[in-house]
Design a protein around this ligand. Structure first.
Ligand SMILES: NC(=O)c1ccc[n+]([C@@H]2O[C@H](COP(=O)([O-])OP(=O)(O)OC[C@H]3O[C@@H](n4cnc5c(N)ncnc54)[C@H](OP(=O)(O)O)[C@@H]3O)[C@@H](O)[C@H]2O)c1
Length: 338
């Protein structure tokens, strides 16, 4: 079945990739329109070799639309996603606005696509770009022995801050490499070139950043177990695209390294890279891919029930655009979109 689609936030870093991913994955489109802020109205965008004109976001634009793929700031989604849903569309939303709403499923298709049958508000939330690959990597192991506790340190790319992050990255890294004065950051909270930043997000009252609290809460919701312990430290590194994660995960019962490797090697959405053969996941492997790359599986020497692993995924694709398009594919395949 071909559907009427609207891409909202079509001019942003994630929206730009949604346009590409829809074409790459041959998403069944009857009609498509592209919306953004008033500032972008009238600008041209390319889709499948044709030029389209960006429309300003407004209620009338959603008439007849069946699926909305939205990638705007959360405040914009709070206002417009319910309007689109009321007009009859199912919204797949990339912002954090709806993720912890009990009436909105938080979906990673390889992990919990069944949640798409419980859409009460017409809105499906696309999870955080660290939580998505973490859950893709842990689900095949969780199925062998339930996850009890996760300790994760992240190495997050500049593009996690959207198009403005990449402006900072390009200006700073080129100046730094040329030995010139590094321009002051505009999107990041400190210099990124030649540096790492652990407070690149708002600090919440519990002492964790907003990003770390998303990883805590969303991982539990996606894996469907509020008792899982999650201890994250989120860090920005001078990488353009793709987030990496150093993960230590404790299970209810021990899982051998051999069993974990075998499960990961056949897990949906996972590319298992075998350190025994000298392969290990790097951001340059993940950039441009819809897969989650996993490797460096080791027994935790301090805990017989725990394993250590390394996870890398493209934050703009699997962490946002591709996961959203996969959700839309499932909505069509399962006959949820009428
Ligand atoms: N970057 C990532 O790795 C990532 C990963 C997961 C989730 N997300 C989430 O996805 C969303 C988009 O992120 P991004 O990185 O693509 O940001 P971005 O590059 O800054 O793009 C934001 C988009 O939203 C539009 N927009 C902004 N204000 C608007 C308004 N008042 N009305 C209508 N449209 C408006 C922008 O349109 P104009 O160009 O017209 O301003 C642009 O198309 C955010 O909620 C972000 O948290 C991002």
């Amino acid at each position: 079945m071909a559907v009427n689609v609207a891409v909202v936030g079509a001019t942003g870093a994630v929206g730009d990739l949604i346009r590409k991913v829809l074409v790459e994955r041959s998403f069944p489109i009857k009609s498509i329109k592209f919306l953004a802020s008033e500032k972008s109205a009238g600008k041209p965008v390319e889709f499948a070799g044709k030029q389209y004109t960006v429309e300003p976001i407004r209620a009338e634009a959603f008439a007849g639309v069946q699926i909305v793929l939205s990638s705007t700031p959360g405040s914009v989604s709070k206002e417009f996603s319910p309007i689109a849903a009321k007009a009859g569309a199912i919204v797949v939303d990339n912002s954090s606005a709806w993720r912890m709403d009990p009436d909105c499923p938080l979906v990673v298709p390889e992990v919990n696509a069944d949640q798409l049958h419980h859409i009460k508000k017409g809105i499906v939330a696309n999870p955080n770009c660290v939580a998505i690959p973490l859950c893709v990597a842990l689900k095949p192991l969780h199925d062998i022995s339930p996850v009890k506790r996760i300790v994760v340190a992240t190495y997050q790319s500049s593009s996690g801050k959207g198009a403005k992050g990449l402006v900072d990255f390009n200006a700073q890294v080129s100046a730094w490499a040329a030995g010139k004065p590094v321009p002051a950051p505009t999107a990041h909270r400190a210099q990124l070139a030649g540096n790492v930043i652990t407070l690149d997000w708002t600090l919440d009252p519990n002492g964790f950043t907003e990003e770390e609290n998303k990883v805590i809460n969303e991982t539990k919701k996606i894996l469907g177990d509020a008792t899982i312990g999650v201890s994250p430290t989120c860090v920005r590194v001078p990488v353009k695209v793709a987030h990496s994660e150093a993960v230590t995960v404790e299970f209810a019962r021990p899982i051998s390294v051999a069993d974990a490797r075998a499960a990961l090697a056949k897990a949906p959405g996972v590319v298992f890279m075998d350190d025994v053969k000298g392969e290990f996941p790097q951001p340059i492997h993940a950039e441009g891919s819809d897969h989650t790359f996993v490797g460096r599986v080791r027994q935790d020497p301090s805990n017989p029930n725990a394993l250590c692993l390394w996870v890398v995924a493209d934050n703009l694709r699997k962490g946002a655009a591709s996961n959203a398009v996969q959700c839309a594919e499932e909505l069509v395949k399962r006959g949820i979109v009428k």
